[in-house]
Design a protein around this ligand. Structure first.
Ligand SMILES: Cc1cc2nc3c(=O)[nH]c(=O)nc-3n(C[C@H](O)[C@H](O)[C@H](O)COP(=O)(O)OP(=O)(O)OC[C@H]3O[C@@H](n4cnc5c(N)ncnc54)[C@H](O)[C@@H]3O)c2cc1C
Length: 372
């Protein structure tokens, strides 16, 4: 397909933008993907904890936990070449400062159908019992972001969907017949019947450029330490629930493990609010002095798992994490899927986690039915 035939412009070549392009292609539309960087899946879709959520993370948000469980097997099956599951996933509940008790956690997981098995002694003895109420083996896997990127690229190429790299979508403006004109950073303009704003942390750069209202968002500048686990913890991944705790997960594309901590992973946070000017998250990101919090993370986490003290810090990865402000209350991860109130042909889409992509599909169908 040539760019001249395009009738939908997708801003953002992350996992969401690429996958939405495929969804639209399967429904007979002709999308173009416009990506600011020189490669697909370089931002949040690469720099994340690589967890395919199985519902365990959200004991305070029934809807998110339930949807995660529902999407989990589907994600595993659709993206099986990118799935990594040769590790033992442990969930633990802290005794102090936890927002759930061990009993509440167990009851909740039963309710959403998330398997939990009592951890055997060889595992439970790794934990400090004074601080840890209970530990279980769960069923949760990781994804390899490089393999996911290769898959997205292959899908787009096979479908003949054009991609413009190194180009930003700067604005969308009303045109005749409910259509839009899309302005790109290379000076070109494209007519389209739909524009999908799948720019994640950059959502409001596009609303700002188009003189449209700001979407309320919360941003965090996040650090995940990349570590080599000590021998005693080899093949394990642990998430302590549910409060100011930590988690370590395989990061398959670098053959290392990420260590993140609820207190020390965010270095800075800010909100974008209606009525205020949008704030460029990429600029904030590039201005941040990246001084690692690894020492704080490991000092706290090794109070729970003493062997973690011997983890080797190899590197850190950094990205802007963007959340919907209402998730402050229950830590849920609903999707944002919003037709712009002033420009209905512009649709803003943001998933708080990778498997939210399946929740987007139904919403797209509803929009396309209206357009038909
Ligand atoms: C620190 C962190 C940890 C996370 N951990 C997990 C986890 O363990 N499991 C999980 O499921 N999810 C996790 N997430 C969330 C997950 O990464 C995101 O939900 C997902 O990657 C969002 O995909 P996306 O395509 O919307 O965003 P992105 O991958 O960021 O893609 C947006 C793209 O838009 C491009 N862009 C921006 N502005 C423009 C423009 N104007 N024009 C053209 N292109 C533009 C950017 O360059 C970028 O490539 C985490 C996120 C972070 C940041």
């Amino acid at each position: 397909m040539s760019e001249r035939d395009v009738n939908v412009v997708i801003a953002g070549g992350g996992f969401f933008g690429c996958t939405i392009a495929m969804m639209l292609h399967r429904r007979g539309l002709r999308p173009l993907v416009v990506e600011a960087e020189d490669e697909l899946l370089t931002r949040a879709s690469r720099v994340n904890q690589a967890r395919v959520h199985g519902g365990y993370h959200y004991p305070r948000s029934l809807m998110t936990a339930y949807r995660s469980r529902h999407n989990y097997e589907r994600f595993r099956s659709v993206y099986r070449e990118a799935i990594v599951d040769k590790f033992t996933k442990i969930y633990g509940v802290g005794r102090l400062f936890s927002k759930v008790t061990a009993n509440q956690f167990e009851v909740f997981m039963k309710r959403i159908g998330a398997p939990l098995k009592e951890a055997p002694e060889r595992i439970s003895k790794l934990f400090n019992p004074t601080l840890t109420e209970a530990v279980w083996i769960a069923e949760e896997c990781a994804f390899d972001c490089s393999l996911l990127r290769d898959r997205c690229r292959r899908d787009l190429d096979e479908a003949g969907i054009p991609i413009r790299f190194g180009t930003r979508v700067e604005a969308a403006e009303k045109a005749a017949d409910d259509n839009v004109v899309v302005r790109l950073s290379d000076g070109s303009e494209l007519p389209a019947m739909l524009v999908i704003n799948a720019t994640y942390s950059g959502l409001n750069l596009l609303t700002g450029g188009s003189h449209l209202p700001v979407i309320p968002l919360k941003h965090e500048l996040a650090e995940m330490a990349l570590i080599k686990l000590p021998e005693e913890l080899d093949g394990l991944s642990v998430t302590m629930m549910c409060g100011p705790f930590f988690s370590f997960m395989p990061y398959p594309s670098r053959n290392l493990t990420t260590l993140s901590h609820v207190r020390y992973t965010p270095h800075l946070q800010w909100f974008e609010k209606p009525g205020e000017a949008p704030c460029d998250p990429y600029q904030r990101f590039s201005q941040l002095k990246k001084q690692s919090h690894f020492e704080y993370m490991v000092s706290d986490a090794s109070r729970y798992i003493p062997a973690l003290r011997n983890a080797e810090h190899c590197d850190s990865i950094w990205e802007v994490k963007t959340l919907l402000p209402q998730t402050e209350v229950d830590d849920g991860r609903p999707i944002l899927f919003r037709r712009d109130p002033l420009l209905p042909a512009l649709i803003h889409v943001m998933g708080g986690k990778i498997d939210n992509i399946f929740d987007v599909e139904d919403e797209l169908d509803a929009i396309l039915a209206l357009k038909a």
